[in-house]
Write a protein that binds this ligand. Structure first.
Ligand code: NDP
Length: 235
């Protein structure tokens, strides 16, 4: 295993925190961003808002100064603003797209500079089963998550010959603050639809992310990897 410098956005809680912890446990140098600047022990935690390019740039500058060029970037920060199409305001739509899709764009664009110089890089975009499966009340969220596939595949075509891979990990329903916000009836309904019969854990996403960022996965790019207990099978 080659120790790498890794950045996970939204690494203070939920899936992002588990991803950061998994890289830390494997001996990598890990930085995380969160809006309040908190993070897991052992990681360099930097405050940044993914909707603000200047704050992303400042975070990268600090991380590069302290840990060296970022070799693995995991664009994980994301939000939901669920409501049915007829009730969805333009603000609900643009806020979610600007955070989930625009945020990933800002982060990977900034990361690609150092990766190009190094001729090595791993870009991992955290999408969702909902991106390709759809979800009632999630027009904004599904659009933002489907867009990540286009980003990964276009980067693969642009930068694939420079030792850089870009892949999408598409979690199903995972036990975090985001799913805890769903009401009991909705949670039960979702669980019934999952062949595995349960929600996943953040650690089950983290293991896949760590592997897709490893040397072993050098020949995989532009892929969408479902980690969803079989929910999205065939989509
Ligand atoms: P959480 O709500 O637990 O955490 C979201 C993370 O994103 C937090 O660290 C949060 O930071 C960060 N974040 C949100 N907005 C911004 C912003 N503008 N700038 C910087 N950071 C921001 O979510 P999960 O851990 O559940 O989800 C992580 C990712 O996985 C998301 O992209 C989500 O869409 C995706 N996902 C989750 C699934 C699930 O079932 N949980 C299923 C499929 C995909 P802060 O503390 O500052 O708010």
């Amino acid at each position: 295993m080659t120790p790498r410098t890794v950045l996970v956005t939204g690494g203070n809680r939920g899936i992002g925190r588990a991803i950061a912890q998994s890289f830390l446990d494997a001996g990598h140098r890990v930085a995380i961003t969160s809006r309040d600047g908190s993070g897991p022990e052992g990681a360099l935690a930097v405050a940044a808002d993914v909707t603000d390019a200047a704050s992303i740039d400042a975070a990268f500058t600090q991380i590069e100064a302290e840990l060296g060029p970022i070799e693995v970037v995991v664009a994980n920060a994301g939000i939901t603003r669920d409501t049915l199409l007829m009730r969805m305001s333009e603000q609900d739509f643009t806020d979610v797209v600007d955070t989930n899709l625009g945020g990933a764009f800002r982060v990977v664009q900034r990361a690609s500079k150092g990766m190009l110089r190094k001729k090595w890089g791993r870009i991992v975009l955290i999408s969702s089963v909902v991106g390709l499966y759809g979800g009632p009340g999630q027009v904004n969220y599904a659009a933002s998550k489907a867009g990540l596939v286009g980003i990964a595949r276009s980067i693969t075509r642009e930068l694939g010959s420079r030792g850089i891979t870009a892949n999408v990990v598409a979690p199903g329903f995972i036990e975090t603050d985001m799913t805890a916000a769903l009401d009991d009836a909705t949670q039960a309904e979702y669980k019934q639809a999952i062949p595995a019969g349960r929600y996943g854990s953040p650690e089950e996403i983290a293991g896949v992310v760590r592997w897709i960022a490893s040397d072993e996965a050098a020949y995989i790019s532009g892929a969408v990897i479902p980690v969803d207990g079989g929910l999205g099978m065939g989509h």
